[in-house]
Write a protein that binds this ligand. Structure first.
Ligand code: MNH
Length: 453
């Protein structure tokens, strides 16, 4: 018997499909929430295949995931839909490029995300945590938490990409990115499914104006920096400008720098904000866990904001972030296109098939997790082992998120700072997890916030 998920033992979840659905129903469901495409059996079986116009496979088997993401990564490039959605905004940057063009950009960007540089960027995160706490103290009462965490992570990412005032209009960039994400959200679906051509597709994807303006602003800042030289504490622009192709000694051109910096902003701000918002929801959901997290945060921080030096002692806070990334992975659904015929989990894959990696279902898979819908940060306690490919909030293999440790450091610093100072409680408005490009709380994430003591 399946547990009663309406009972408060379980935090909110997406109702998965229990019956196969047709093409039109799929299209409508996917438009509303990509996760509604996932059949419930995807949480019990290693692989589910089907045909909705084109052939597709959903892969939840750790061995098969390893093949797609690591062993045969060249044979499973990012899907057409990924390119279609992202290219207008971020060009052929690190996130979308394949083969040699991806490789050299990854190598050029790697030093910027090394442990040493990420730690050097921590003061920016501490300042954003401090500012976020000030805003919450002023707001107290019912607060829409996702917009608060998004403000904090945008502050961090814009400060570490284009630090210093070089006429870089952050608000304009923020607006352009939000408008772009809203526009992109309207398309994804149709192509994720490879629907037959007779189904009408939405018209123009994005207003080109916002994107053009955003690119112009970034180009200006890059040209100014070329004249003024690097900052005393190098930011991501400085570090990327210094990056060279180890083989050809080539450096990034202005458009390449711009596309990659905008990629960091697009890939790094909303995802981290969601991890934080869902973590706060889960703490509000479970008072015992929140109590334990607060004891740790208060013991380590007292009343001040967290810094990089505190990280080794904020282990439970980190476990909470990891468990939030399991239950509500911001990148809950990845997709690839098979470049050649292959066999995955004993099944025939043909060239051109869509290979979907429903991270949401993987993270709640009955064969991989015990009572998977339950919130339990102990799953990530030191010493607990699990299959490397059962937990993929940042992907895996060569294309693993380059910003993973940046994001974890930022999330722990901000979460610890907030939990030490505030108590969070649920309101009668349950958040609704909906995935468009990322797994967002539809209608906002409303919590009751009160200062401690
Ligand atoms: Mn991030 C790739 C999730 C934060 C920059 N990111 C990925 C992938 C996932 C992901 C999943 C792999 C996608 C795929 O294989 O199709 N990223 C996250 C999550 C967070 C996150 C859940 C926060 C939490 N990402 C960040 C931050 C940055 C960043 C912060 C930058 C500052 N991510 C990237 C880049 C890539 C990426 C760049 C592409 C890397 C590559 O393809 O080599």
């Amino acid at each position: 018997m399946s547990p009663d998920l309406s009972s408060p033992r379980y935090p909110v979840r997406v109702p998965l499909q229990r019956k196969p659905i047709g093409v039109i129903a799929s299209a409508l469901a996917a438009r509303r929430n990509v996760l509604e495409l996932i059949p419930e059996i995807a949480t019990r079986q290693p692989m589910v295949s089907g045909r909705t116009g084109a052939r597709w496979h959903m892969v939840m088997d750790p061995e098969a995931l390893r093949r797609v993401l690591k062993d045969r990564v060249e044979d499973y490039p990012k899907s057409l839909v990924t390119r279609l959605i992202l290219e207008p905004a971020i060009g052929n940057s690190l996130f979308v490029a394949e083969g040699a063009h991806w490789r050299w950009q990854r190598l050029a960007a790697a030093p910027a995300f090394s442990q040493r540089h990420v730690e050097a960027l921590a003061p920016v995160m501490t300042a954003a945590a401090e500012a976020c706490a000030r805003r919450l103290a002023a707001a107290s009462g019912r607060v829409e938490i996702f917009s608060e965490t998004a403000a904090a992570t945008f502050e961090v990412i814009s400060d570490v990409t284009f630090s210093g005032d070089e006429g870089f209009d952050r608000d304009a960039v923020h607006r352009a990115i939000d408008a772009y994400i809203a526009g992109a959200a309207r398309v994804s679906v149709f192509d994720v499914l490879g629907l037959p051509g007779w189904i009408p597709r939405p018209g123009r994807l994005f207003s080109g104006n916002d994107l053009r303006r955003m690119k112009r602003l970034a180009d200006q800042a890059i040209r100014l920096r070329a004249r003024s030289g690097p900052h005393p504490v190098p930011d991501l622009l400085d570090l990327l400008r210094a990056g060279v192709d180890p083989e050809t000694r080539r450096r990034m051109s202005t458009p390449e720098l711009r596309d990659n910096l905008l990629t960091f902003i697009v890939a790094g701000h909303e995802t981290t904000a969601l991890a934080l918002a869902w973590a706060l929801y889960l703490l509000a959901f479970d008072a015992d866990v929140q109590h334990r997290a607060a004891i740790e945060a208060v013991a380590v921080l007292g009343g001040r904001a967290a810094t990089a030096a505190d990280l080794p002692r904020l282990t439970y806070i980190r476990q909470v972030v990891e468990e939030a990334l399991r239950l509500y992975p911001p990148a809950a659904f990845l997709s690839r296109t098979a470049r050649t015929a292959d066999v995955l989990g004993g099944r025939e894959v043909r060239r051109g098939d869509t290979v979907m990696l429903p991270i949401y279902a993987l993270h709640r898979h009955r064969l991989l997790w015990d009572d998977p819908d339950r919130f339990d940060p102990e799953r990530f306690a030191p010493g607990v082992t699990r299959d490397r490919y059962a937990f993929l909030p940042f992907g895996a293999g060569p294309r693993i998120c380059i910003g993973a440790s940046f994001a974890m450091q930022e999330a722990v610093i901000i979460l610890a700072t907030l939990v030490a100072r505030f108590r969070f409680a649920l309101t009668e408005r349950q958040p609704q997890p909906r995935m468009i490009l990322t797994l967002r709380p539809h209608g906002g994430l409303w919590l009751q916030v009160a200062e401690r003591s």
